[in-house]
Design a protein around this ligand. Structure first.
Ligand code: ADP
Ligand code: ZN
Ligand code: ZN
Length: 701
């Protein structure tokens, strides 16, 4: 082995390399290696780790001087030819790793395109060449394509842009401009503002990063940007790309060839040497939070990145997150508002339909109420489209035997299996366990087992029965499993081939449906009484967004309605919704949060543990809590007792969680910093424990 030779090779330089060491190894920082030459920070290298060979990144900062050089191993090769990642990029990754309590190497390597790991220097050079050629091809020469039609700005847009331009034009050497919260309802012209701000940045020779919450929103935005910026190269970055595409697009951004990068949360880490503007569209969307590994918030990291690189960042939303709203209230973000819809389209009139007014009938039939049926019929007669929103897929959430009370529980989870009628299965939405629907009750043999409650599949069936002449379609995770299905279905809606569209929250986002004049939420009350304090915020955003699908066409706006069926029409959330009054809603929610000591007035982390038994998971969390309590950093930080998660058992694993609450971000970070590293050792003492993880700023409680 080469190690034996090392001491006699004094020419070797000590360098720090970030590698993706397994979390349980407790190696959280970069590791020291020896290199025949000094390498620029941000360079990619291949290094040995244990018996494996891995991709690593030469990390900025001084190697530790105290390790015996005889113990250090030399790097294996360098991926030269690739320009090093910038120090700002390394700083962003290091911040994310520290803040979300993961190792630097894990975060760094997990946000690079996976194919980079497999390539040697030679192959990489070929890929770089191809990325460059493609970028050139992607961008037609000006003159080749028709000039894009650029609308004249509305006065509100012009006002917003005047303020933005001042931020964009400010010299970057000084302080970072404040993040901008662009607040405007659906159709108020936010995207046009992004386009103009992007144009400004492009003119200055800068790159633009645009984040969207979901992959299926990228194509339409990509089309809008591509149409506007003929002559500029644009790439997308999201998990739906093939590994080769992802590498090509990433390289194109990294080499500075792509002018515009459009992507989902992972794109916040795109390496962009000329970055000049970041846009986060629908900034309130929960999809910006990564739900495993390093549980980062791409929205928050975008703000941090902008601060770090002294760039403007625009956070856009019709229903901003209460965190962002509060920061704007405090003056830390600059709030710019677009108060109305472009072209004067009104927001749909909201009708709160009081379910208590209905004559009492049994369970299932009530959701498709007679008045709603009448409203749908009117639309059919006028050849207008309707959209019905029900956030529960499948036919029915549970099957039930009236004789012995059997219910279709999942043998592996503390949850019901959902009845899917289309393929006659009982499916667990938590572990995936699927069986054919039994023809009789498995316990007592009763032939008459019945679905309880309703999902989108059943609603679709009932609508088809009620309106045999109507074209009913359904969009949810089940109807769009295969590639291209969602696009085809959306296309059908746009083409007017659908009269009534049923769907989950998938249909409430972003899509610019022109013909819809009725949006109905048939059963949204559940979120009002959820144990998750963010449920009302999310419900309000979803309903506003769903409502935003109606009346986008100014001509139809006057006839547009949003129908909310509720048992609690007096609830303040619905009252605010009826007036499209996000500000009133935000104010009342913030007041509640403040008095309850919840975010944004407090800072949370969740420590989660999974074990073969609930005792094992709880035992670990209790021990972790006991350890924390004796740390001086725990002063003033509240550590709650461990409790089972809302679905406690999934795939035969018992899950517990423990909430940690602090008044300030700093106090929370200080405690985690001293506490988390100890938990790797603690885990070894708890045999029944399978995994643990910490979620900083968790979204779901
Ligand atoms: P948002 O992003 O807030 O939903 P958009 O920017 O998509 O709003 O604008 C809504 C619609 O209005 C789009 O069809 C867009 O092309 C159009 N639009 C935006 N700004 C203008 C303008 N100044 N003049 C005319 N049409 C506009
Ligand atoms: Zn039975
Ligand atoms: Zn299950």
């Amino acid at each position: 082995m080469t190690e034996a030779l090392l001491p006699s090779q004094p020419a070797l330089t000590r360098i720090r390399v970030a590698v993706d060491a397994p979390q349980h190894s407790g190696l959280t920082g970069p590791l020291d290696y020896l290199s025949p030459a000094a390498l620029a920070p941000g360079s990619l290298v291949r290094v040995p780790l244990g018996r494996r060979e891995m991709l690593g990144i030469v990390w900025p900062g001084e190697p530790s001087a105290d390790t015996d050089p005889a113990l250090l191993r030399p790097i294996l090769s360098t991926l030269d030819g690739l320009p090093p990642l910038s120090s700002a990029w390394c700083q962003l990754v290091e911040f994310a790793a520290n803040y979300y309590q993961r190792s630097v190497g894990e975060v760094a390597l997990s946000v690079l395109p996976p194919q980079l790991r497999e390539l040697d220097g030679q192959k990489l050079k070929l890929r770089m060449k191809r990325a460059t050629q493609l970028a050139a091809k992607h961008a037609p020469l000006p003159g080749d394509a028709p000039m894009p039609s650029v609308p004249t700005l509305s006065p509100a847009q012009a006002e917003v842009l005047a303020q933005l331009d001042a931020l964009l034009a400010a010299p970057r050497e000084r302080a970072a401009p404040p993040p901008v919260l662009l607040y405007g309802v659906t159709g108020s012209g936010k995207t046009e503002v992004y386009l103009r701000a992007a144009e400004h940045a492009l003119k200055q020779g800068r790159q633009v990063l645009v984040l969207v919450p979901e992959i299926n929103l990228t194509p339409q935005l990509e089309a809008r940007f591509a149409e506007r910026f003929v002559g500029h190269s644009l790439v997308s970055l999201h998990s739906g790309l093939t590994p080769a595409q992802r590498l090509r697009h990433w390289l194109s951004a990294h080499l500075g060839e792509a002018d515009l990068v459009l992507g989902t949360r992972l794109a916040v880490f795109a390496s962009m040497p000329r970055l000049g503007l970041i846009v986060v569209d629908e900034e309130h969307d929960p999809s910006y939070k990564q739900q495993d590994g390093a549980r980062y918030s791409a929205r928050d990291l975008a703000v941090y990145r902008a601060h770090l690189e002294k760039l403007p960042v625009i956070l856009g939303s019709a229903t901003p997150s209460l965190e962002s709203w509060q920061r704007a209230n405090e003056g830390r973000y600059k709030r710019l508002a677009l108060p109305g819809r472009i072209g004067g389209g009104a927001m749909p009139r909201v009708r709160l339909f009081d379910m208590k007014m209905l004559p009492l009938t049994k369970g299932v039939t009530t959701a498709l109420t007679a008045p709603l049926i009448q409203a749908l019929r009117t639309r059919l007669e006028r050849k207008e489209q309707s959209l019905i929103f029900l956030n529960r897929r499948g036919y029915a959430p549970v099957l039930h035997c009236g004789e012995c009370n059997w219910k279709s529980d999942c043998p592996h989870c503390s949850a019901w299996r959902v009845f899917h009628k289309g393929d006659r299965t009982l499916r667990c939405h938590h572990c995936g366990f699927t069986e054919r629907v039994p023809s009789a009750c498995p316990t007592c043999g009763n032939q008459d087992i019945a679905p309880l409650g309703r999902g989108t599949e059943r609603l679709e069936e009932q609508l088809a029965e009620t309106f045999p002449e109507a074209r009913v379609a359904r969009i949810d995770a089940d109807s769009t499993k295969h590639k291209g299905q969602l696009e085809a279905q959306l296309q059908a809606v746009h083409a007017g081939e659908v009269d009534i569209l049923v769907g989950t929250q998938m249909i409430t986002k972003g899509h610019d449906f022109r013909g819809i004049t009725l949006v109905a939420a048939i059963n949204p009350d559940g979120a009002l009484f959820s144990s998750d304090f963010r449920a009302p915020e999310r419900l309000f955003a979803l309903l506003m967004q769903a409502g935003g699908r109606a009346g986008r066409d100014a001509e139809q706006a006057a006839r547009s309605e949003m129908w909310v069926q509720t048992w609690h029409p007096e609830h303040s959330l619905y009252k605010a919704l009826a007036k499209h009054d996000f500000e009133a809603f935000a104010q009342s929610q913030l007041a509640e949060r403040e008095s309850a000591g919840l975010p944004p007035y407090a800072h949370l982390a969740l420590l989660r543990a999974e074990g073969r038994t609930a005792e094992a998971a709880k035992g670990f969390l209790d021990a972790a809590s006991a350890y924390a309590q004796q740390l001086p950093e725990a002063q003033g930080v509240l550590i709650y007792p461990a409790i089972p998660m809302s679905v406690a058992r999934v795939a035969n694993v018992e899950r517990m969680q423990m909430l940690v609450e602090a008044d300030s971000r700093g106090a929370l970070q200080r405690l985690l910093w001293h506490w988390m590293p100890e938990l790797h050792a603690l885990k070894r003492e708890h045999k029944g424990l399978l995994r643990w993880a910490v979620d900083v700023d968790p979204l779901g409680i």
